[in-house]
Design a protein. Structure first.
Length: 105
């Protein structure tokens, strides 16, 4: 199952480059996601939907020169049950994209 994500605020990336992160699935505390139009240095963080606060871990940095790819993010044991989403920050720390919310059981 694949979902679309929120649009990027104007001016975040060059015109026509709409960064996207798609949550694909959560299985055995491993998040599978795909991304498109992300540059080297972009950071993917897990955010608690209820509080809106990002967790300090896991934090994934895009190191691939290819602007599209996939991610597998293992959740540490301290990540409690609840609703979360993935947020992407560009290399300057500015909002770039966000996934739909998903539930960690």
């Amino acid at each position: 199952m694949q979902f679309t994500v929120d649009a990027v605020p104007a001016g975040t990336y060059a015109l026509g480059m709409n960064p996207v992160v798609n949550f694909i699935e959560l299985e055995n505390r491993v998040i599978s996601a795909s991304y498109r139009n992300l540059m080297i240095g972009a950071k993917v963080q897990l955010v608690d939907k209820t509080s809106g606060k990002p967790l300090s871990e896991p934090l994934t940095t895009i190191n691939s020169p290819m602007p599209s790819g996939s991610l597998r993010i293992s959740l540490p044991a301290f990540v409690a049950a609840g609703d979360y989403f993935l947020r992407v920050l560009n290399g300057h720390g500015e909002f770039a994209a966000q996934s739909v919310a998903f539930h960690v059981g």
